[in-house]
Design a protein around this ligand. Structure first.
Ligand code: ADP
Ligand code: ASP
Ligand code: MG
Length: 411
């Protein structure tokens, strides 16, 4: 008998029929004798609907009230799922994050979990009940409702699995595992049997939204066995493993391709080329809580230089406004911006032991006439910034170039 923590995402509980289907699945596992803790998201579209309501009132509403609002989506699904379980003769009890006592810090809308009280859950499990917990939410020391950031139910699932020392944390979603790239964009994408935590963390950080970044971090840190599966079809899914050796027999150089449309590029041109100038530009940006991603500085002619960097698209206008003063102060020529860009990244632990990966990447893009605007690399990834209109072509091209395409289906 094992203890399973299962998380069902928005599409998996998107209608009453879907909630009934999840109840069938959970009741089935319970009947086999597993101890079950189930984390659910809000019904699909609900969190977006709630955010839109708030924005109709105010562009930047109070973050505490925002959390009170958006946490309601998950409260609906926990109750409905418990009703559906009880209808099947399967005893169950629902908990909000605060009722479990998932204690977080007080960073509203992006809170971090600090501690989980497992007493209520343990008591229910001992009494043979299925425990159903609202994802994405917690409570701070003062009792305020907090939320964990978009996609945060994944993190609730992994954190509960860590706290309860579950045998496996299973993330049920609308795809049957982690793919070489987003299967909605590349139809030749392939499901991976396994992927290492390190690779999954890069994929998530670089834009693959199948798992929230913090969920992967948490699972790696606490060594939680983590699997991504479909709630719509049976199958083994994808196991996220700690061990590189175990991962695959013949380790491919590139395991996956991630992309992100949510960035914008800002360029300061004609900057005096003197020491300290980069910090004069980037310090006020950091102070305004704007995260800077890729940075490139060119050495120009006549003792001036250009500095280009990327930020989240939503921060572009604010950053340009803020820099127009800095431009005057430091005697630069101008600040320009472009939000029609995208970042495409190749990821793989196999890159550590292989040369020539970058040149394969750049050649493949050049053959399609795709111009690379910026490049950044680390040990197991290479990212390029390109024009957004070439994003899908670039992902498809790289997917083929690194031998990731699925075999054509048998006729
Ligand atoms: P849920 O509501 O279950 O949390 P999400 O929409 O957050 O589901 O995540 C699943 C989606 O992630 C898939 O429908 C898919 O389009 C997208 N996705 C992006 N990259 C990948 C990838 N590499 N493998 C699988 N799915 C991916
Ligand atoms: N409902 C939240 C969201 O849409 C959390 C989640 O689904 O993981 O972001
Ligand atoms: Mg998700």
């Amino acid at each position: 008998m094992s203890l399973l923590v299962q998380k069902y995402g928005g599409t998996s509980v998107g209608t009453v029929e879907r909630i009934e289907a999840v109840a069938d699945k959970v009741a089935g596992f319970r009947a086999q004798g597993h101890d079950m803790v189930v984390v659910v998201s809000a019904m699909s579209g609900e969190t977006n609907r709630l955010i839109a309501l708030a924005k109709d009132i105010q562009q930047a509403p109070d973050p505490r009230e925002m959390d009170v609002l958006v946490s309601t989506g998950e409260q609906v699904t926990i109750a409905l799922l418990c009703m559906a379980l009880k209808k099947r003769g399967c005893d169950a009890r629902s908990y909000t994050g605060g009722q479990v006592r998932i204690l977080t810090d007080d960073a509203h809308t992006k809170a971090r979990i600090q501690e989980i009280d497992d007493a209520n859950m343990r008591a229910d499990l001992a009494a043979g009940r299925v425990v159903v917990v609202a994802g994405f939410q917690g409570v701070d020391e003062a009792g305020n409702i907090t939320t964990l950031g978009r996609g945060g139910s994944d993190t609730t699932g992994v954190a509960l699995a860590a706290a309860l020392k579950a045998d496996e944390c299973q993330i049920y979603t609308d795809v049957d595992g982690v793919y070489t790239t987003d299967p909605r964009v590349v139809d030749k994408a392939r499901r991976l049997e396994q992927i290492t935590f390190e690779e999954m963390l890069e994929m998530a950080s670089l834009g693959s939204k199948v798992l929230q970044i913090r969920a992967v971090e948490f699972a790696g840190k606490y060594n939680v066995p983590l699997r991504v599966l479909s709630s719509f079809a049976d199958g083994p899914g994808t196991l996220i493993t700690l061990d590189e050796e175990e991962s695959t027999m013949e380790q491919p150089v590139v395991s996956g391709i991630a992309f992100n449309r949510d960035e914008a590029k800002i360029t300061l041109a004609g900057i005096p080329d003197t020491p300290g100038i980069a910090s004069k530009i980037l310090a006020p940006v950091g102070k305004a809580n704007v995260e800077v991603d890729v940075i490139v500085q060119n050495v120009g002619a006549d003792n001036t230089t250009d500095l280009t960097f990327t930020v989240n698209r939503g921060d572009m206008n604010k950053t340009v406004d803020l820099l127009s003063n800095v431009v005057k102060e430091i005697g630069a020529r101008e600040v320009t911006s472009d939000d029609a860009i995208a970042k495409v990244s190749i990821v793989g632990v196999g890159m550590r032991s292989h040369a020539g990966v970058a040149s394969t990447m750049f050649t493949a893009l050049a053959e399609e006439g795709i111009n690379i605007q910026m490049i950044t690399t680390s040990e197991i990834k290479i990212s390029v910034i390109i024009s957004e209109k070439y994003l899908e072509l670039a992902v498809r091209t790289l997917h083929s170039a690194f031998g990731l395409d699925a075999e054509p289906a048998q006729a």
